[in-house]
Design a protein around this ligand. Structure first.
Ligand SMILES: C[S@@+](CC[C@H](N)C(=O)[O-])C[C@H]1O[C@@H](n2cnc3c(N)ncnc32)[C@H](O)[C@@H]1O
Length: 261
């Protein structure tokens, strides 16, 4: 599948989840807030929220900074954001691979749980560095390999198809921030384990988040009912004593600076 077709499908997958997104976004909220200590203190700056989604954090940025731009590839996400967020935010429907902004024009790029959808990631990082001013900052959170290992392991015992997206390895992502034009100032990895009432609850949350697009999936549509039941049976091995089902999200967050010369 071409990279462009893949991104179109990602946009459609997120777009169809727009109305349910905010109620299912507990992981997004947690990770986005986690980036707050790295926000620049100066008010007089231009900030870009890359992969802004419904604009929850874009609005928060707009309460701090003089000019704020929210960019997303999904038309529906942007419609929701335009209707529900502060009117002074500028919205851009665009692809992170081709940011329609000038070189050296942005002081701060914020990106919460977006770059895990970007493959190849280095091209997006080059775009971010291009639009940042020298000395500008990029704060991000993303998911790394090991995320949803419970679900992956349960499915792996049923068939060989792809049911969970492949997340990049942490060390490979970190290596991308080590260049002449960029430096990783801080990085933090943490495991966030969310509890679900049952496996269906987890599947609904992933769907409501739009996070169910799988580029390498062979079988079409839903997995068969039998396979689904076999998988939920295998997931039982993770059942907690309090009756909930855990799902682990391995979150990498970081702060990057663009070199001054
Ligand atoms: C998990 S959501 C996070 C949204 C928001 N940052 C938040 O914290 O609520 C990821 C967002 O990234 C957007 N996205 C995915 N790939 C993108 C790309 N290549 N360019 C721009 N946006 C993209 C999706 O449309 C979706 O709105």
């Amino acid at each position: 599948m071409s990279e462009k077709t893949n991104r179109f499908k990602i946009a459609r997958s997120f777009g169809s989840a727009t109305t349910s997104y905010d109620v299912s976004a507990r992981l997004q909220r947690y990770c986005g807030k986690h980036l707050m200590p790295w926000l620049p203190s100066s008010h007089d700056i231009t900030a870009l929220d890359l992969g802004a989604g419904t604009g929850f954090f874009t609005e928060l940025l707009s309460s701090r900074y003089r000019q704020v731009i929210g960019l997303d590839v999904s038309k529906k996400m942007l419609h929701f954001a335009k209707d529900n967020r502060h009117k002074r935010i500028h919205w851009l429907e665009a692809d992170a691979y081709k940011i329609p902004l000038q070189d050296n024009s942005i002081d701060f790029v914020y990106s919460n749980l977006m770059i895990q959808w970007c493959d190849p990631l280095d091209q997006v990082l080059n775009e971010i560095i291009r639009v940042l001013k020298p000395g500008g900052l990029f704060a991000f959170s993303t998911l790394v390999d090991g995320t949803l290992f419970e679900l992956k392991s349960a499915w792996a015992q049923v068939d060989n198809d792809q049911h969970v997206i492949d997340f990049q390895v942490e060390s490979e992502i970190i290596a991308l921030f080590d260049g002449a034009d960029r430096k990783l100032l801080h990085a933090k990895q943490q495991d966030i384990v969310l509890a679900y009432e049952n496996v269906l609850h987890l599947a609904h949350e992933l769907k409501n988040l739009g996070a169910n697009h799988l580029p390498k999936k062979q079988g079409k549509g839903l997995a068969g009912k039998d396979k689904w039941q076999q998988m939920t049976q295998k997931y039982q091995e993770f059942l907690q004593s309090n009756g909930t089902y855990p799902a682990t999200y391995k979150v990498l967050s970081g702060l990057v600076v663009k070199s001054k010369d």
